[in-house]
Each structure stands twice: as C-alpha cells, then as structure tokens.
Design a binder for this molecule. Structure first.
Ligand code: PMM
Length: 328
C-alpha cells in the first residue's frame, strides 16, 4: 500500500486523477497535496502525497542519455528492479530512441526489446509504464502487465493509440510532439511556445477523449526537447503552472516533466571552452529541476537516477506544505 492507503492491486489502482476508470465525467485532481505529510514511497506504489518519480529503463542501443546500457533484457530487468528498490513509483520501459535525428525502429524489434522486460518487472510487482508511440506495442505491453501508457507523440504517431488506451482504462501520458525525431528541429518554430504547446496539447486531449479515453486518466507533458530548442524548454519550465490548464477544459490536467539529462541542461552548464556538460554530469542539475518542478505542483518527474530526485520531491512536498501553512 502507499502512504495514502490507495488501492494497490494492478489494474484497480487509481489513475492520475485518483478516480475509477468508469468515471468519465471526473476531472483530474492532480495537484500535489501539501497539506499532507509526504511519506516515503514503496517500490512500484504510486504515492499521491508528493510528486511521483518515474524511473527510466531505455532498452535501446542509442538513446542519447543512456543508450546501450540496458539493451540486454537481463540488464534492463535488473536496472528496473534497482530503480524500484530505490523507490521509483513507476518504471518507464521504452524500446525506441527519440534522440534528435533517430530513425524509427521496426515494430518487431521494439517488441523484442520491451516485452521481456515489461513482463518480468510487472511479474515482480512493479508499476510499469510502456514508453511507445505504437498502439500494438502498448496493447501487448498492457496485456503483459504494464499499467500505464507513455506516448511521446500524444497520439499523433498512431491513430489507434487512443482506442487501445480507452479500452484498457489506464493512465495515458500525452507528450507535446510535432513530428518524428528525424526532422523535429525543423518543426521547432514558435511565436509563443507556452501558448502553442497548450493549444496543441488541448487538441490532443480532445482527440483522445473523443476516442473514449477517460479525461481523469490523462496526464500532459510539455515535451521538453521534442521540436524544441533550449529557449523553448526553459520557457515551458518557467510556465509549468500554465501547462496543465488547457484551452477548452475547465479543470487542470496532471503534468509530467521529463528534463532528466536532456541536452539543454548540458548546454546551460557548459564549461569555459563551450563544451556541454556530459549527460551523467547533468544529474545534479536534473535534481534541481525536479525540486523546482515538484514545488510548482507537477504530478510526476521522469528521471534516470532515482535517489536524489526522490529526496528532491520529498523536500518539495514539505516545502509546499509550509507554503500552504502561510508561515504558521
Ligand atoms: N523523453 C524521452 C523519452 N520518453 N516520455 C515523456 N513522457 N516525456 C519526455 O520528455 C520523454 C519521454 C527521451 O529521453 P530519454 O532518451 O532520456 O529517455
């Protein structure tokens, strides 16, 4: 059980809005709950008293941040179990790199990469998210025990994705996206990035709901690095309070932030020679972003390293509690 006493069995767990899957009228109540004391999470058990921590397992040879490290199933499974042991609330398993310029992986290869890992982690009791743009991969992953779909294309890459999510009644992370990695920087043109990302996410959320997805199961993500340059990423991080409130929706959606090890952090921290900081060398800065994002009320952070980020969300929960108490 979580510190909040939530239902723990897979499939009956509450989604991001903490409501049952049949509650179609329900709107997300995603805000962190500063009035409650943050409690340490248990492996695989989402804990809504603070911002959740999603640990990343990239089963790819070429992800920009950790490509190749977890390509073998045994290594990926061991890594996922370690992230859960460290307290990750969700383990996000993906088999297709989205680094800038990446070409698509054939579906058979994506399935070969992720299915043994998802099957093993779910069987071990982990709360597993499948990071895929393909409806068929999502469908097979959910049948194998995944509890959540993380679609970096927000449903744009595969028109069948929303139907799969709707039928399964699981939480659905919808990332802001404009096109595949092979040409995404050509799409990084904005007049007002925050407004345009909100508008486009709103359209994606409406399309998902029209396909039957329960609005209470939708989580939105500004899509840092996806058709965005550094200045766009920083503008979005500086406006996190606006990301969850989408045009045409009265209530806010929970927000996920995935800044971990992204290039714009390495560039900010470049040395005097202009050389960007390495991906691993950006981990402390990722923790700083996690603390700020969690203090701003985001629902979840997606990270490569759990312990420091877990400390950051616990500090942020206590910080929010103090802010809510108004100095008393
Ligand atoms: N970024 C990556 C992969 N999956 N999922 C969501 N929801 N949001 C993201 O920004 C996101 C993602 C690419 O980063 P990685 O190669 O380090 O996993």
């Amino acid at each position: 059980m979580t510190g909040d006493g939530e239902a723990a069995s897979r499939g009956s767990r509450p989604g991001p809005g903490q409501r049952g899957r049949s509650d179609r009228q329900a709107q997300p109540s995603h805000r962190a709950q500063p009035s409650r004391q943050a409690e340490p999470s248990q492996p695989g058990q989402p804990n809504q008293s603070r911002c959740l921590v999603m640990g990343v397992v990239n089963v790819t040879p070429d992800s920009f941040s950790d490509g190749g490290a977890w390509l073998q199933p045994a290594a990926a499974i061991a890594h996922g179990l370690e992230l859960a042991r460290q307290g990750a609330d969700i383990i996000d398993v993906g088999g297709e790199s989205t680094r800038p310029g990446a070409q698509r992986v054939p579906i058979a290869e994506e399935l070969d990469r992720v299915m043994p890992v998802i099957t093993a982690l779910a069987a071990a009791g982990g709360y597993v998210s499948v990071d895929t743009m393909r409806a068929e991969v999502a469908s097979q992953a959910l049948r194998a025990g995944a509890s959540m779909v993380n679609d970096v294309s927000g449903g744009l890459a595969d028109p069948d994705m929303a139907g799969v999510v709707a039928a399964a009644g699981v939480p659905y992370i919808m990332n802001h996206w404009r096109g595949h990695s092979s040409d995404m920087y050509g799409l990084a043109t904005y007049t007002d990035v925050v407004s345009e990302v909100r508008d486009e996410l709103g359209l994606r959320a409406k399309a998902a709901i029209a396909a039957g997805v329960n609005p209470a199961q939708i989580v939105v993500d500004p899509g840092l690095g996806f058709a965005k340059r550094a200045e766009h990423n920083w503008a979005l991080l500086g406006s996190l309070d606006r990301i969850g409130s989408l045009p045409g929706f009265e209530d806010r959606f929970p927000v996920l932030v995935a800044a971990s090890r992204k290039r714009f952090i390495g560039r900010l921290l470049a040395g005097p020679d202009g050389e960007p900081r390495s991906f691993v060398g950006s981990d402390d800065a990722t923790i700083a972003i996690t603390a700020l994002a969690a203090a701003a009320g985001v629902w979840c952070v997606r990270v490569h390293v759990v312990p420091g980020n877990m400390d950051a969300v616990r500090v942020a929960a206590r910080w929010r509690q103090a802010v809510a108490a108004g100095g008393r």
